[in-house]
Design a protein around this ligand. Sequence first.
Ligand SMILES: [Zn+2]
Length: 127
Amino acid sequence: MEWVIGAALLALLPAYIVRGKGRPFGPWWLYSFFLFPIALVHAVFAEPLAGSDEAERLDRLQGRKCPYCAETVKWEAVVCRHCGRELPPVSGPRPTPPPSLVGRVIIATIGCFFLLLVLLFLLGYLH
Ligand SMILES: [Zn+2]
């Protein structure tokens, strides 16, 4: 019985990862419940869907929108290369680049390790 609780808790991690990439939480939780190791790797490497928060963040990394013609220009640009108008200075912090592939694998591994620790603790506590 405890393994069901553990699998359900572990399945939250891949489902949470893909939720930020614009994918549905429920089906991914179910997928992760039965095939956790595969689903975790799949979730880490899944591309963000267009329109998701992650996709928008990646778009913002490419540059900022010109307020006059709405074309994307580089963050450092002073003049829009599309309409030629002067751009206002950048306000606020620039978005940070996402972690590299290796970084994402390390983050996923650390997350799994923590979840396993919590799971082992809970299993020991339930006995
Ligand atoms: Zn422009």
